[in-house]
Write a protein that binds this ligand. Structure first.
Ligand SMILES: [Zn+2]
Length: 211
């Protein structure tokens, strides 16, 4: 296993812009393998190359432990809807904060074999894709929170009602945005309901979560 050292906030490399990958080489594939190892070891759902000190446009994501995605030179093609939720980052260890982001994202990237593919994600996957691709431009989630950073221990000690209240306050901050995105959010919700039904009945879900 190739576990790499994760850079933390304050390390200036996290604020630099990463360069595109020109050709997907054996070294690129080794880096990606190490990034997955490092991410799983740290219990994360995403990791970007600058977080391990490499200024290249590469991210890895696995939100459920079953769908690993490597995105090389990712390019966001489309975002829709809005979601508000708690978010953390392996470069800001032990902390979380509320961030409002699009609830659907379509991204184009190369996979570890250099093949172009399109990935669509909602909810946590959308959040992870957006969070990780921002790392490639030196942006950290702490730049765009709707409230203070909280210790994860404190968050774990909060009741569901307390969390709900904090999230509602953040949603209120974005009231106009939510109104503007109401129709998109409804569409995304329907899309998710259909997927859940398909999963339950064991049918192929027809979504693009294939690689
Ligand atoms: Zn991060």
């Amino acid at each position: 296993m190739g576990i790499r050292n994760i850079r933390t906030e304050g390390d200036e490399i996290l604020r630099k812009k990463s360069k595109p990958v020109k050709n997907v080489s054996i070294r690129t594939r080794m880096l990606i393998r190490d990034m997955f190892d490092t991410m799983y070891e740290a219990d994360g759902v995403g990791l970007a190359a600058p977080q391990v000190g490499i200024l290249r446009r590469i991210v890895v994501i696995d939100c459920d432990g079953e769908h690993p995605y490597a995105l090389i030179n990712p390019e966001i093609l489309e975002t829709r809807g809005l979601q508000t939720g708690y978010e953390g980052c392996l470069s800001v260890p032990g902390k979380s904060a509320i961030v409002t982001r699009p609830d659907y994202v379509k991204v184009k990237a190369l996979d570890e074999n250099g093949e172009e593919y399109i990935l669509e994600g909602t909810e946590l996957l959308a959040r992870a894709i957006l969070h990780e691709t921002e790392h490639l431009d030196g942006i950290l989630y702490v730049d765009k929170t709707d409230g203070p950073l909280v210790d994860n221990a404190e968050l774990a000690g909060m009741t569901e009602d307390q969390k709900e209240d904090a999230l509602e306050k953040a949603v209120e901050l974005h009231e106009a945005d939510y109104e503007a995105h109401a129709a998109e959010n409804e569409e995304i919700e329907k899309m998710e309901e259909a997927e859940t039904e398909n999963e339950e009945s064991g049918k192929p879900d027809g979504s693009s979560e294939q690689n």
